[in-house]
Design a protein. Sequence first.
Length: 390
Amino acid sequence: MSLTFHWFLPTNGDSRHVVGGGHGAPATRSGRDRPPTVAYLSQIARAAEDLGFAGALTPTGAWCEDAWLTTAMVSQNTERLKFLVAFRPGFVSPTLAAQMASTFQRQTGGRLLLNVVTGGESHEQRAYGDFLDKDDRYRRTGEFLHIVRELWQGRTVDLAGEHLQVEDAKLARVPDPVPEVYFGGSSPIAGEIAARHADVYLTWGEPPAAVAEKIARIRALAEKEGRGVCFGIRLHVITRDTSEQAWAEARRLLDGFDTETVRAVQAGLARSESEGQQRMLALHGGSSDDLEIYPNLWAGIGLVRGGAGTALVGSHTEVAERIAEYHRSGIDEFVLSGYPHLEEAYWFGEGVLPMLTAQGLWTHPFRTVADAEPTAQVPFAGAGSPRHPA
């Protein structure tokens, strides 16, 4: 089985410095260095597609551009890359969301993946008119995904749930293929919802033993539901020809953090209701000391950024070794990013992916042997996926 790699579209802006934001943390000024224009994001997307990333994640929240609209525009400048669109179920009706996904699939040749984000911060949810508490948001997500999946199967849905109600809901055209649902969350209620509805469970970059423990818990819950779930991990990456060069780049990024920004971001994140965010904070404790929390796993990003706060740092060989280690822990998909996203995509794609190919862990999802010939044409492969071909 070939590993699957996704890249990231920085719809909150990009820079040669870390761009903060997420989980209530304010976006840093560095996000203005490279504004998230359709032209620049398309440049990143085309690079990711050429290098062999299967898809690209776009975030959701008040700190970034809308993921649905942005990816719809960027998709027109790519051919095969899929878009892992993050969205929050509480902000749109399930019938409309199912219809939007169906339309996206038809207009892009089946290149939509859905990252369902329940919403970890009540103050941000309230800004959008959502006043449910965290556990109720997850219960609503469960009802939401039940409705959406039924509609995607062409069924008519009537549901009077605890949080959602629909009557005679149906789609004129169902999506083909049905989008895979990616889902994350570390709390007990999040695990229950993931076990019932997720195709791929995503976790942030903790050390491999902690990741393996979480995988075992979610897998056991899914088995009780009679389901199987795949597993992915969200990480940043700094990979160079030598370990010394990679760590020098990590130190350069760290030197760009001013003390007041770190203090303000950490104070905001400390109030987070997200268990996953609290686990990220515990990795560094707000201190810039001892940030290598596991070989080649660096927690420095989390000092100024909410959400995913760890990076794989090292030589191409070392990063490939850590990826293989996470794979042995149960991870098959990697959602990666790096600053700036255009350049780091090439560092990883040209440095690490060939090593994983040599180890038999990865094959380019869009190329065949024939593509090596000068006159070869790359076939359109948008309707399939590395794991579930059309």
